[in-house]
Every structure is written in C-alpha cells, then in structure tokens.
Ligand binder design. Sequence first.
Ligand code: UDP
Ligand code: MG
Length: 345
Amino acid sequence: MSVSEHELPAHQQKPARLGKPAAALRPVGTGRPKISFVLPVFNEADNLSKLHAELCTAMDPVDCDLELIFVNDGSTDDSLPRLLALRDLDRRIVVLDLARNYGQQVAITAGLDAATGNAVIVMDADLQDPPAVSVQLIDKWRQGYDVAYAQRRTRQDNWFKKATANIFYRLLHRLADVDIPRNTGDFRILDRRVVEELKKFEEKDRFLRGMVSYVGFSQTAVPFDRPERYAGTSHYSLRKLVKVASDGFLGFSTFPLTLISRVGYAVALLSVVGVLYVLVQKLFFPQLLVAGWAFIVISVLFVGGLQLIMLGLLGSYTGRIYRQVQNRPLYCLKGHHPAGTPEGR
Ligand code: UDP
Ligand code: MG
C-alpha cells in the first residue's frame, strides 16, 4: 500500500538533493525485499568476522532477505580462507575472488554485477562504514528514494587525509559537470533500477560516485560520523589517492581542457598589453626604448598565446572524442507512461 508524501512525518518529507522520490513507500512486490551488500575486501582478514557479526546484528530486526557479496580484491593475507569459512557458517554469503588486485572501484563493480537484490548497499569492509547506518539507508530506500548516500559529518582519519579529502571534495564539487555530493564515499544504497543503469557504463577508469550522480533518479543523504578503521591501516597510498582523484576530475570535468585555451587567451592578451606599453614608451619616453626588445617579447607572447589557444581547440575535440569513447548512456529513464492508459488504473 502506498502512502502519499504529506502523510509522512516532517523529517521524511525533506526533498532529495537530486529530486524527490517517485513514491512515498516503495512497492517491493508481494514478498520480502532482498537487500544485497557489496563489500570490497583487500587484506581485511582481521575485520571480517567482526564485520559479519555487526552486520548480522544490525540487519536482524530489518524485515528483508539478505545477500552478502564479499569481493576479494586479490588479498595477500588470510582474507579469502576466512571469507570461505564464514560462507560455510552463513549461506547468505557469496564470495567473489578476483584474479588480482584491481582496486576498490573495480571490486565494487564486480559485486554490483553479481548482486540480485531489490536494492544494493555498497560498504567498506573495515567497519568505517557502520552497519547500523545501513539500516537508515534502507529506511530511505523504503521511503522511495532510489539512492541514499551516507554523508560524513565527521571523520577520524589523520590530518593529511582530512586535508587532502577536503580539498578534493571542494574542487570536485566546483568543477564536475554533475553534482557530486561532498564528503561521501561509496557507502550508499542503490535501487535495482540504478544498478541496472550503472551496468551500462563501460568506462575503464571508474569513479562510481560520479557515475551514480550522472545517472540521476531521486537521491538523498544520510549524515553519519565516520569512525576509525577497526583493524589494519588504509590501503590508499598517495599514488592510489591521486589515481582516484584524477578519475574523478578527468572523468567528470572538462575543465582542464578549457583551462588550456583560457591560459592561451590570457597570454595573447599580454602581448596586446605589450604593444600598448611599447606605443606609450615610443610616444612619451623614446630615450628608454631598447632596440629589438619589444618585437621579441611581443612576438613570443603572441605566438605562445596562439599556440595555447590552438592546443585548447584540439583539447575541445579531444574532449568530445573522450566523451564519445566513454560511451555512457545518453539518458536514463525513470519511468515510461505510455499513451492511452490513465494513471492509477
Ligand atoms: N579495497 C579494495 N581494493 C583496494 C583497496 C581497498 O577492495 O585496492 C577495499 C578495502 O578492503 C576496504 C575499502 O576498499 O573495504 C576501503 O579501503 P580503505 O579502508 O583502505 O580506504 P579508506 O577508508 O582509507 O579510504
Ligand atoms: Mg577505510
């Protein structure tokens, strides 16, 4: 049975960042909804049993079927045997074992491809994404949101990680062509429709947060305080962080390309300033003129500027080729209301 939105408590009526939910309560067919968890695992041996226990405790009161997909991303520790041992205890567990370490984004993609639930929750395996918050995500999904992302209110990482993350999210928010919410990781719930749309993305350098924003649908945030990881240390070296950051910028912004021609115009403009400067000098202070100086400086600025403008032009074409090659779906349909059938019948 569906309940119209004005009947919901005030806190549930908050409009989504990217649109309102289609229905106030999600119809999930006659049976219990099935929720799939996708958990990328890279050397998390000491976190797995605690994660599993906390997840089970948190999900126990929730009326749904569960599928727990652990994606072993080429771990070199005991993660795989421990996962298989857990799987013997809990038949809801699926273990995908990737042939090597492909990185978190690819591991999540493998999990999304395998998930069969009505909704999928993507979650880190180090307990930095608290299982209890996933219950709130499910609540939002039940209210009709297609995506609910967990948004960090606070985080317990070291100052370096906090500072770089802060700069990254600010820049990305400003520059990206789609609205990528700040302070969110991959911890989120995705409705089946969104998962199906994400499967159409063939790009190799994947930045799932951006892809989810690109897809659209009704999205909302669930704020949470991010704890420290339970065991071990972060697997993100500076090199890996730079890779993720550049996948975000380069995949969702053409700003670096437009920057080339902007710099070109600025440099070319400088040559005009140079011409004016020389004219003023020639007219009013001819004794200060050094022979040949003006010609060399002005031509260097002018030709340099011209080259950058042309490079920017090439960049614009490259940007178009890039978007073509990414081959993203041009649009995603949220619904289809065919002609001749009145709504509600
Ligand atoms: N992870 C992965 N492959 C990698 C690196 C990380 O599957 O190459 C997983 C890791 O096991 C964890 C999640 O991605 O479940 C987040 O990684 P991490 O905690 O190291 O990142 P941080 O929280 O420091 O950003
Ligand atoms: Mg972590």
